[in-house]
Design a protein around this ligand. Structure first.
Ligand code: PLP
Length: 550
């Protein structure tokens, strides 16, 4: 046994020794294989990747293998870069498939319903490969040419889905070098950032000697405009990227103020009006930079009353941003697009490609109703991005970036809006059926019914449910805390069992304890997730409760 091990080690050592960094071998990796043999090996590697990873997805229904993060981390502690090549590509790919992938999370499993990351259509892998192979850089036309043109067209398609302007409008702007209907960014975070960046620069624009906030900075801007602070208004369900943006933009994230929401987590328009009035009459000189409405909150999937919020913002002349990072693609469903009514009145809208457009990680987009708005963040450079050029880097937080629009454009062609609508409708309708199932089971309580395809619920055994209702406040608080602990433990046990995954969050401001209500959160976007699968997940939770927690 020991002899075999030594032999294997020696063989491995010998093969490692054979690999030497060599200029000619290196050069070959930059040239497309011309020979039949070379071509075959390239195809073989692609097969290895596509089928090897596919087998991983097939064989690992659960979340991860049973090995803790700490133990895994111990395997990855060597911090030296090997001087000479360690492995050939074939070995590296095999290693990735056999040693890395099994410890990744099988987000494609239909039992993985806890997050906004899910299975993607398989053709996305092909499209992503094409993007990598072309390796265009969208920052400027000189490194992307047609791909920048394609990007403008895709932006116009999604802009049209959201804002529904007329044909003449899109004819004017689709390929107009002087205007921008939106831009691609890395993710929803940067999309929200871009929208607020534009809102800030437009509000604190140049005036008199003041060159504008982008040039003069926040302190000078507040001084020039005679204000003490700028605030952004959103409910407490706003994604934390709004807070990050406020920090980065120099507002200070304490100036993101929470507008009250109703029991379903939607912004209360009267509370918004009340807050605007309070700010207007406050002793401090406060300017509202933007109101953010959400179309699909991260935690519960709630949709704010966008039409009412749009009206209020219009009356007060405030930038209205809609964070539709999650819910945006619902617009493709004729059946459910009314859930986002009012989004077309927004000044700016965030939509993520890697969420309900089912694109591979990552793709954020932000759209502006007014095609000149992005001018507020335009930057030029002498060697690229010259005024008047089509260079898309002019109006973008990103510098170099990949041609993600090619993936979205191709996916739209492959699926059609009807194809996407089928996915969206499946999510919404399965979530509704699941909510009915939860409501029927005595051990559970539905906390936030789905508007889109996200819902929250919790384990709530009848005896504790009773205690929440008909007992003195102190006892109710104790019961609420017990319930919170039960749900935290349940979620952990299920995750550790590795067969399925729901996530967990705490809904602040609900229930008798100040720390809020711990709930289980389900996001249903995988078309393979059926009601039967969701019932199995509930069955598993019931048996975990009976065997470990009751
Ligand atoms: C409503 C909402 N906005 C913004 C984001 C941020 O998106 P990303 O994680 O792509 O930065 C998320 C992410 O979950 C979200 O749910």
């Amino acid at each position: 046994m020991a002899k075999t091990a030594t032999l294997t080690t020696r063989k491995a050592d010998a093969s490692r020794r054979r690999l030497v960094a060599d200029r000619q071998a290196l050069m070959r990796t930059f040239i497309r294989p011309e020979s039949d043999a070379g071509r075959q090996s390239l195809v073989k590697y692609m097969e290895q990747i596509l089928f090897g990873l596919h087998d991983f997805l097939k064989n690992h229904v659960g979340i991860t293998e049973e090995i803790g993060l700490k133990a895994l981390a111990e395997r990855f502690t060597d911090t030296r870069i090997s001087e000479h090549p360690e492995k050939k590509l074939e070995q590296v790919i095999a290693d990735l498939i056999e040693r890395i992938a099994p410890h990744a999370v099988n987000v494609a499993s239909p039992y993985f319903v806890g997050h906004m990351t899910s299975a993607i259509p398989y053709f996305m892998v092909h499209l992503k490969t094409i993007v990598a192979a072309l390796n265009q850089n969208i920052v400027k036309i000189e490194t992307s040419k047609l791909l920048s043109i394609v990007e403008k067209q895709v932006l116009a398609k999604i802009h049209r889905l959201v804002f529904q302007k007329n044909e003449a409008f899109y004819r004017d702007h689709v390929q107009n070098a002087h205007t921008a209907l939106g831009c691609f960014v890395e993710d929803g975070t940067l999309a929200n950032y871009t929208a607020l960046w534009v809102a800030r620069n437009r509000m604190l624009k140049p005036t008199g000697d003041f060159p504008g906030v982008e040039r003069g900075g926040m302190a000078a801007a507040l001084n020039a405009y005679g204000i003490d602070r700028c605030v952004v208004l959103v409910t407490r369900f706003g994604h934390f990227s709004i807070h990050k943006a406020a920090g980065l933009l120099g507002l200070g994230n304490a100036n993101v103020l929470a507008v009250d929401a109703d029991a379903r987590g939607r912004m209360d328009p009267r509370a918004l009006e009340g807050m605007l009035e309070a700010l207007r009459t406050s002793k401090e000189r406060i300017r509202v930079m933007a109101v953010v409405g959400i179309a699909g909150t991260t935690e519960t999937g709630a949709v704010d009353p966008l039409d009412r919020l749009a009206e209020i913002c219009k009356t007060h002349g405030i930038h209205f941003h809609v964070d539709a990072a999650w819910g945006g693609p619902t617009l493709m469903s004729e059946k459910y697009r009314h859930l986002l009514a009012g989004i077309e009145q927004a000044d700016s809208v965030t939509i993520d490609g890697h969420k309900q457009f089912y694109m591979p990680m990552t793709c954020g987009m932000v759209f502006f109703k007014d095609p000149f708005m992005l001018d507020a963040v335009a930057y030029y450079a002498r060697y690229v991005n010259r005024p008047g050029s089509v260079d898309l880097g002019i109006r973008s937080i990103s510098g170099s970036r990949e041609a993600n629009s090619l993936i979205l454009d191709s996916a739209l062609k492959i699926m059609g809006s009807k194809g996407y609508a089928l996915l969206i409708e499946h999510g919404i309708e399965t979530a509704r059926a699941f909510a009915r199932e939860i409501a029927q089971r005595p051990l559970f309580e539905l906390v936030t019914p789905p508007v889109l395809n996200i819902l929250t619920y919790r384990l709530c055994p009848p005896e504790l449910k009773e205690k929440l209702r008909n007992v003195p406040p102190e006892e109710a608080r104790r019961a609420a805390r017990t319930l919170n602990t039960l749900n935290i433990t349940l979620q952990r046990l299920q995750r550790q069992a590795g067969k399925s995954f729901v996530s967990r969050t705490t809904l602040a401001g609900t229930g008798p304890v100040p720390e809020g209500k711990v709930v289980l959160r389900c996001v249903i976007m995988n078309p393979m997730t059926t009601l039967d699968i969701l019932k199995t997940i509930l069955d598993e939770q019931e048996s975990l409760y009976r065997n470990h927690l009751a």
